[in-house]
Design a protein around this ligand. Structure first.
Ligand code: SAH
Length: 261
């Protein structure tokens, strides 16, 4: 690990065993770790005792540190000659603003490296038993955000997103799920297209709801799913039952619990 270099490190979706060998080594060698809200406690516990921890997390609608402040902080830390790890949930270059941080460092000629991580789409779908592609069900995957630029309205070309053999993965889509579902159906997606919402994927607190694009918003409301939740839409979701292998402590869908009660 080089002093004065900022390592933009993906921490994966939560399960500490999904850290890469490289991510684990860099965390253990770090002098400063700047991390986000999505970094699980178990992963935070791997940060050495002597290292400085800086929380740069964002909560929806509230930004404790603005992105420009994080960019400047990383630059200052790099210039102070310390071993800096910028730890991000999932993969730093997938809806993680890692690109913006790298741009800032590059612009100011500060050395940086990027360490990919298991992105939520890969991690959560694997732990939910949903292959993102599957012969005969999906030959394309698209990752989209449920948030627009500057957290404003989402603005997608909805008809372009509706394709029979495509799996759609929506990041940050919990708050706008109703609108996303309505827009997809209006653009021609069959209302009975299977859809899943996975909360706290890959952790012992994982909960998931499986339904259709038409009824998922209602299910998610009933179960009060909270962020971080990933939405997966497409025929591949129909495999979730048959391929279920991960049995967290909170096992069982909330809807089943309601029916049983
Ligand atoms: N860079 C991250 C994504 C950051 S955007 C990555 O590559 O995974 C944050 C969104 O990611 C959340 O709103 C949620 O949709 C999704 N997400 C991240 N971790 C998750 C998890 N453990 N369970 C469910 N969704 C998750």
């Amino acid at each position: 690990m080089t002093k004065g270099c900022v390592y933009l490190v993906g921490a994966g979706p939560g399960d500490p065993e999904l850290l890469t060998v490289k991510a684990l080594r860099l965390i253990k060698e770090a002098e400063v770790v700047v991390f986000d809200r999505l970094i699980s406690q178990e992963i935070q516990d791997l940060i050495p005792n002597g290292a400085t921890r800086i929380f740069a997390g964002k909560t929806p609608g509230r930004h404790p540190l603005r992105q420009e402040e994080i960019n400047d902080l990383l630059l200052r830390l790099a210039r102070s000659g310390r071993r800096v790890v910028r730890l991000k949930g999932g993969d730093p270059f997938v809806f993680g603003r890692g690109g913006e941080e790298a741009e800032h460092l590059a612009r100011h000629r500060a050395p940086f490296e990027v360490v990919p991580g298991v992105t939520a789409a890969a991690g959560c779908s694997a732990y939910a038993g949903i292959p993102l592609t599957h012969r005969g069900l999906a030959n394309t995957v698209r990752f989209i955000t449920g948030h627009g630029k500057d957290d404003t309205d989402i603005d997608h070309d909805w008809p372009a997103l509706v394709a029979a053999d495509c799996t759609l993965v929506v990041y940050m889509g919990l708050g706008t799920l109703e609108r996303i579902a309505a827009s997809l159906i209006a653009a021609g997606m069959p209302a009975d297209t299977p859809a899943a919402a996975i909360e706290n994927g890959t952790t012992p607190a994982q909960r998931q709801e499986i339904g259709t694009i038409a009824d998922l918003p209602g299910r998610v409301r009933t179960c009060r799913l909270a962020p971080p939740t990933l939405i997966v839409i497409g025929k591949v979701v129909s495999l979730a039952d048959a391929l279920a292998w991960f049995h967290p402590v909170t096992e069982g869908t909330c809807t089943e619990a309601h029916v049983a009660a």
